[in-house]
Design a protein around this ligand. Sequence first.
Ligand SMILES: Nc1ncnc2c1[nH]c(=O)n2[C@H]1C[C@H](O)[C@@H](COP(=O)(O)OP(=O)(O)OP(=O)(O)O)O1
Length: 176
Amino acid sequence: MAVPEVKYFSVVIPFNHERTKILLGRKKRGLGEGLWNGFGGKPDTGETMGQCTRRELEEKCGIRAEKVTCVGILYMGDINGPDFHIPVYTTAEYSGQIAETEEMEPKWFDASTEALPYDQMHQEAKLWWPTMLSGKLFIARFLFEGEKVLNHNIQIVDVKALDQHIDEINQLLLGS
Ligand SMILES: Nc1ncnc2c1[nH]c(=O)n2[C@H]1C[C@H](O)[C@@H](COP(=O)(O)OP(=O)(O)OP(=O)(O)O)O1
């Protein structure tokens, strides 16, 4: 059986210092155009996921994270296409001015599940954002057929398990 191609992305969700608001960005072009999401993208060669996360945040909305925390991982498979593996980070410690960029239009939302524009987010968002907002660490697995989620599973994990997954992803990215 052929091993599916895996594409790696990061995504980071900035919170305000009180953790009552989250910053989302509306994608202005490319994959997910018109949809609201956290800020992220593909790692450059030689980058760890943590490094990718900080660079993408600055490129996409102008702020520099002092600290990012991994809170979950999205493992997304598609019966017809490549797998996407997407570690999810949050940050409440950053500097700089939030700015609209060529790729993203940023906007603050209340950090509650009811306040999010799920109908203008990726299909799977409504399935994992409530877990992320609850503060639990998670591993979410999705099987897609194109835009349709065929099935999914969200596992609550501890920090040690999540770190192991991130270490494995970093080793694959760095080729070690
Ligand atoms: N379902 C789905 N498909 C694709 N991407 C995502 C999802 N759900 C998500 O949350 N995401 C995230 C993962 C990334 O944070 C972005 C997509 O990154 P993208 O902007 O395409 O990456 P770049 O490295 O900037 O790529 P270029 O467009 O510059 O080539 O959405």
